[in-house]
Design a protein around this ligand. Structure first.
Ligand code: ATP
Ligand code: MG
Length: 393
């Protein structure tokens, strides 16, 4: 029954030229989401609004599900499209629409008409009043409430006539591509996919890097990361995933540094490598799934020591969230089930029983000095292992 969608976006302050770029990016991301859906669609921008016309048979549920992944959409309004066959017919159509959508008529409503085509013979205010009357006549239980109606029936008169009353919430935020690009450190856990989603939601395109440590981490662990990237790509668009072989560096750290400092030193090398790749790929910052105090390597002291090797800004969108809050977001975006699959990651294999929780930067630097004669070459070799996987949703 719905042959078109009105797409509403919420960000205030997108004006002038920025608004154009914003809408362009929104339309691009909508097309990307619709590629995953059966059917033929056209995305149209007119007078500061974005519409989707449905041009063939399609699956309504599937289409709405996919549109819900488009960052920047505040709501999705499925619309009924009608030929203009006179005002009488419009009134009957409005009655039929409400009848079909709201089987239980114990509701309040209000008509909100907009006459975009000024040669239509009935003015907006009149449409509101006259359609309202017809609805009241047709359904005795229904009431008008002009302030807080249960149902706001929008009628848009253009070349054709559009009617809608349903608003399905989208993810909000800004369309990906309106805010530069960042490099996500993507592990197989719960937090980093959520972090990736959260920056994508603010319009940031993401590339990702995964540190793989074969044979200590399995192919299945790597596949899990690719699967997570694919789930995040529903929101962020295609992700260029760099897989770096980290085994040599990890073993060297294990051999030459105190075991209670392994994680923190390892994290510092991950950041260094991620930053190298980020700079080569025009990323403006790094993104991690860290949250204050979640584990030993995420105390304030540890975060400060990890951060010290970076010159690019490091964004940590989960920083103030409790684990449960992160889990809730991961469930909402559909990454949770994959994240909890039990494949080891390189951090879980080389963890110490009692990792430092208050690392001292000078001490850490001194112990990193144990690697001085080999680490330069190892970092180069690690960068050479870069396997690029382009992950599409
Ligand atoms: P996550 O749930 O994202 O794995 P975590 O709570 O397990 O996070 P850590 O393992 O300490 O936390 O990792 C902190 C952050 O470091 C991760 O959120 C991720 O951004 C990055 N990270 C950790 N391990 C890897 C890895 N093997 N490859 C890429 N990034 C990683
Ligand atoms: Mg992890």
């Amino acid at each position: 029954m719905f042959k078109a969608f009105l797409i509403k976006y919420a960000e205030i302050g997108v004006k002038g030229k920025n608004r154009d770029l914003f809408e362009e990016a929104l339309a691009r991301q909508i097309k990307y989401a619709l590629k995953r859906c059966e059917g033929e669609f056209a995305v149209r921008r007119t007078r500061g609004r974005v519409y989707i016309d449905v041009l063939s048979d399609y699956d309504y549920e599937e289409t709405v599900e996919n549109l819900k992944t488009v960052c920047g959409i505040s709501s999705i309004c499925p619309m009924v499209e009608l030929e203009d066959e006179g005002f009488e017919k419009l009134c009957r159509d409005a009655v039929d629409y409400l009848d079909a959508q709201y089987p239980d008529k114990h509701i309040t409503f209000k008509v909100n008409a907009r006459r975009a085509r000024k040669n239509y013979p009935v003015e907006s205010m009149e449409i509101n009043a006259l359609v309202g009357e017809k609805v009241l006549e047709a359904f005795p239980e229904i009431r008008v409430d002009v302030h807080h109606p249960d149902v706001m029936l929008y009628i848009e008169v253009r070349e054709k006539i559009y009617m809608y009353s349903i608003e399905i919430p989208g993810p909000g935020g800004m369309p990906v591509g309106t805010n530069g690009k960042a490099m996500l450190l993507l592990s197989g856990g719960i937090d980093s996919p959520v972090a990736g989603f959260m920056v994508a939601k603010r319009g940031v395109k993401i590339d990702a890097v995964y540190f793989h440590a074969p044979p200590y981490t399995s192919e299945r662990a790597k596949q899990k990361v690719v699967d997570l990237a694919r789930l995040v790509a529903r929101y962020s668009g295609p992700i260029y995933l760099h897989v770096i072989n980290f085994t040599e560096i990890q073993l060297a750290i294990y051999e030459k540094c105190p075991h209670d400092e392994l994680t923190i030193i390892m994290r510092r090398y991950m950041m260094r490598i991620a930053e190298e790749i980020a700079k080569k790929t025009e990323c403006l910052g790094l993104v991690t799934g860290e949250s204050i105090g979640q584990v030993a390597s995420q105390t304030m002291q540890s975060l400060a020591v990890t951060n010290e090797v970076c010159t690019l800004p490091v964004f940590r969108p989960c920083i103030g969230l409790d684990k449960q809050e992160i889990v809730e977001i991961s469930e909402k975006i559909g990454t949770y089930e994959t994240s909890i699959l039990p494949f080891e990651d390189c951090c879980t294999i080389f963890v110490a029983k009692h990792p430092v929780t208050k690392p001292n930067l000078e001490v850490i630097k001194r112990h990193e000095g144990n690697l001085a004669d080999c680490i330069g070459e190892m970092l180069e070799r690690a960068l050479e292992t870069d396997e690029l996987i382009i992950v599409e949703a």
